[in-house]
Design a protein. Structure first.
Length: 299
């Protein structure tokens, strides 16, 4: 059974979009995934997102995705919400992934905007609705136009929010004004999907984060959140500013690449990347170490 939730925080407050560990020969590392998920929950995460882009979902097969959900639920499902990425640019395939995630025990679904095909807003609406109606699980929309090529417009978010199982939005749009309007009009639980904007989005009504840097600084993210919730704006701002080099360093290149490099240095499961992603160069590794050290993280 999943941890308790409220309409205001349906998936908790601090979630990490987890990488998918692979073995040295590139196979799925389910034992490593369980150990990494447990580590993240021990560090203070309320939830784990699997099979997202940070989980290299474009290069994992359907059976691997289901196995990963099942393994992570087994490891931490009684202590944290396990949310499964279940959206592609093919609605029929997305429906299949959603149903498989539900059968594997996921507590919720993350549905990203269909990428590359750039559908109109009506197409987005029908895509998200089809995924939502395929299962009984609560759904978090994922709005990331920088990768998908098209935003979920405010009117579309408001329409989707009328469905009782569409309960949240992961916002990586980078537009605080549009976020403010969509949040106010939809009533959805709002999660920051851009670590650099975690604090700014809290200030306009977000309830928490779906983070990549949570792999290394979950305690700091939780301290920032708790300072904000308690009204200690100065402390929240200080933590935010301290973490700026971490936010910058982890996204100088693709976040999966930097995250797996950090996990390797920390002795945590991660393993190799699947092409087209490639390892950091020596120079990039040195820069990442400098960035993290400036934010208080020693490798």
């Amino acid at each position: 059974m999943a941890p308790t939730s409220t309409p205001q925080t349906p998936f908790g407050r601090v979630l990490t979009a987890m990488v998918t560990p692979f073995t040295a020969d590139g196979a799925l590392d389910l034992d490593g995934a369980q150990r990494l998920a447990a580590h993240l929950v021990d560090a203070g995460n309320d939830g784990i997102v699997v099979n997202g882009t940070t989980g290299e979902s474009p290069t994992t097969g359907d059976a691997e995705k289901a196995d990963l959900v099942r393994a992570v639920v087994e490891a931490v499902g009684d202590r944290a919400h396990v949310v499964a990425g279940a959206s592609t640019n093919d609605t029929r395939h997305s429906v299949e992934l959603a149903r498989a995630a539900e059968r594997a025990g996921a507590h919720g679904l993350l549905a990203v905007t269909p990428y590359y095909s750039k559908p109109p807003q009506e197409g987005l609406y029908r895509h998200f609705l089809a995924i939502t109606e395929a299962t009984d699980l609560p759904v978090m929309l994922y709005d990331i136009p920088g990768r998908s090529g098209v935003p979920i417009n405010t009117e579309t978010i408001v329409r989707l929010a009328e469905h009782p199982r569409i309960v949240a939005n992961k916002d990586a749009k980078g537009d605080l004004g549009r976020a403010s309007w969509a949040l106010a009009r939809s009533g959805l639980a709002w999660y920051s999907g851009d670590d650099m904007l975690n604090l700014p989005l809290l200030s306009v009504g977000a309830v928490g984060f779906v983070s990549v840097v949570g792999h290394v600084v979950t305690p700091e993210l939780r301290a920032l959140l708790e300072a904000h919730l308690s009204g200690d704006v100065q402390k929240a701002t200080e933590i935010h500013q301290k973490l700026l080099p971490v936010f910058t360093g982890m996204f100088r290149t693709q976040g999966v690449i930097t995250t797996k490099a950090v996990l390797s240095r920390l002795g945590l499961p991660g393993g190799p990347l699947r092409l087209p992603l490639v390892e950091l160069s020596v120079e990039e590794t040195e820069q990442l170490q400098r960035d993290l050290a400036a934010g208080g993280v020693q490798l």
